[in-house]
Design a protein around this ligand. Structure first.
Ligand SMILES: Cc1ncc(COP(=O)(O)O)c(C=O)c1O
Length: 396
C-alpha cells in the first residue's frame, strides 16, 4: 500500500486569523477575470516612483564589489550616523549611532522580530485596535496572547489606559502604539505619550512605538517621537521606515532606534534569521536622508491635495469627515447595517473600487473601512464619480 503524505503547517500558523489582504487579492483577481477596471485604494502601497537621486545612488552602489557580500548586522556606520543626525534635526533627540540603532528589512520585519525576541508562550502584549496587522501577528507567531484595546472616535482614537485591567497590565510584556496611526490617521498628543511612558515604567512593559508615518504629515503638523518624552529611553524602542517617506516600499529598508538593550536583543533575534539590510539599499538610504527633503515635500503635498479632494468629494456623499493631519489613509464609517467586509465587497462589485474592510485591522473595527490615497488625481475623481453613479453614500 502506498503511504499517504500529509505534512501540515504548524498549529500557530493554522490558528492565525486569515490575513484579510490575501482575501482582498482574491476578490481583485476575481474582478479582473470578469474584466472589471479596478481602482485600487486598498493597500497602503505608495503609487509614486522613488526619487531619482536615491535610484542613482543604488546604481552607483551596486557597481562596488564591496557591497556584494553579506552586510554588517547592525547596518553600515555611515548609515547609522546619517539616521542619528536626521533624528537630532527632526526631533531634537540624541540617539547613539554606535548602539542605539538597528537597520531593518523594513519596519514590519523588525516589529515581528521584536515580538518574537521578547514574548514567551502565554505572555500578553497590548495592542490597540484597529492595528497594523503585524502588531498582533508577531505576538501570535510567538504563541502569546494579545489584549486588544479599542480605539474610539470619542477619545480621538487614543487608547484609554484606565480601561486596561490591572492583571493584564501586570502580565503585559510589550505595548504597541502607532501614531500617526494606520488606519485611523489619528495623531498622538504629548500628554498621552507622557502618560504612556509612565504607565510602561510602572508596569515594566516594553513600549514599542511605530513611527512609520513620521513624514507624511499635513498643514505643518509635526509628529512626536516617543524619545521626546523624558525617561522614554528606559522603556522604549521606535520603528521607522523609508517605505512611505521616499516611495521605497519595495526596497525593504527601515530601522529601529532606542534603548540599547532592546536594540541589542532585536539584533540578536535577527542574527538567527537574516543577514541584515542589503548594503546597496543602505547607500541609497543615506542619500534619501541627506538629499531627500525636497522630494518628500512633493510627496507629502500630493497626499495633502488628494486628502482635500477626497474628503470634499466624500462629504458631498454625506460622509461628514474631518480633515486628517497625517498618513495616506481615510478611516471612514460604513453606512447603515453593513459590516465592513459586506460593504467593501458591495462597493467592489458595483464600482470596481477596492477599499479595505475595517475588520482587517481588528475585531473592534468592523464598522469602518479604510481608503488609501494611493492613486493619481484622475483615478480618485473617477472613484468618486463611480460612487455617485452607483448610489454609494453614507446614511445612518
Ligand atoms: C504602521 C505601519 N508600520 C509599519 C509598516 C511597514 O513598513 P515597512 O514597509 O518598512 O515594513 C506599515 C506599512 O504599511 C505601517 O502602516
Amino acid at each position: 500500500m502506498q503511504t499517504k503524505v500529509n505534512i501540515v503547517p504548524s498549529k500557530k500558523l493554522q490558528d492565525m486569523p486569515t490575513y484579510i489582504f490575501a482575501e482582498l487579492d482574491e476578490w481583485k483577481d476575481e474582478a479582473r477575470k470578469q474584466g472589471v477596471n479596478l481602482i485600487d485604494l486598498g493597500m497602503g502601497n505608495p503609487d509614486g516612483a522613488t526619487p531619482q537621486p536615491i535610484v542613482d545612488a543604488a546604481i552607483e552602489s551596486i557597481q562596488k564589489p564591496q557591497n556584494h557580500g553579506y552586510p554588517c548586522f547592525k547596518g553600515k556606520k555611515q548609515f547609522r550616523e546619517a539616521i542619528a543626525e536626521f533624528l537630532k534635526e527632526k526631533f531634537h533627540i540624541d540617539i547613539n549611532p554606535e548602539n542605539e540603532i538597528q537597520t531593518l528589512l523594513g519596519a514590519k520585519e523588525g516589529l515581528a522580530h521584536l515580538a518574537m525576541a521578547y514574548t514567551n508562550p502565554g505572555d500578553i502584549n497590548i495592542v490597540p485596535d484597529p492595528y497594523y496587522p503585524v502588531h498582533s501577528r508577531g505576538t501570535w507567531i510567538s504563541s502569546a496572547d494579545v489584549y486588544h484595546l479599542p480605539l474610539k472616535l470619542e477619545n480621538d482614537f487614543l487608547p484609554d489606559l484606565n480601561a486596561i485591567p490591572e492583571e493584564v497590565a501586570k502580565k503585559a510584556k510589550i505595548f504597541f502604539v502607532n501614531y500617526p496611526n494606520n488606519p485611523t490617521a489619528a495623531v498622538a498628543t504629548r500628554e498621552f505619550y507622557e502618560e504612556l511612558v509612565d504607565y510602561c515604567i510602572k508596569y515594566n512593559i516594553l513600549l514599542c512605538s511605530d513611527l512609520a508615518y513620521s513624514e507624511i504629515c499635513f498643514d505643518g503638523y509635526k509628529p512626536l517621537s516617543i524619545f521626546e518624552i523624558s525617561r522614554a529611553k528606559e522603556v522604549a524602542i521606535e520603528f521607522h521606515t523609508f517605505s512611505k517617506t521616499y516611495n521605497m516600499a519595495g526596497w525593504r529598508i527601515g530601522y529601529a532606534v532606542g534603548n540599547k538593550e532592546f536594540i541589542r536583543t532585536l539584533c540578536a533575534m535577527k542574527t538567527n534569521i537574516d543577514y541584515g539590510t542589503c548594503s546597496i539599499m543602505q547607500d541609497a538610504g543615506i542619500v534619501a536622508i541627506k538629499e531627500g527633503k525636497p522630494y518628500v515635500k512633493q510627496i507629502v503635498n500630493n497626499y495633502q491635495q488628494r486628502r482635500d479632494f477626497m474628503i470634499e468629494g466624500l462629504n458631498k456623499l454625506s460622509w461628514n469627515l474631518d480633515k486628517t493631519r497625517a498618513t495616506m489613509y481615510l478611516w471612514i464609517p460604513v453606512p447603515g447595517d453593513y459590516d465592513s467586509k459586506a460593504f467593501c465587497k458591495m462597493v467592489l462589485d458595483k464600482t470596481g473600487v477596492v477599499l479595505t474592510p475595517g475588520i482587517a485591522f481588528g475585531k473592534y473595527s468592523d464598522k469602518y473601512f479604510r481608503l488609501s490615497l494611493v492613486a493619481p488625481d484622475e483615478k480618485l475623481k473617477e472613484a468618486l464619480e463611480r460612487f455617485e453613479k452607483a448610489g454609494i453614500r453614507y446614511y445612518k
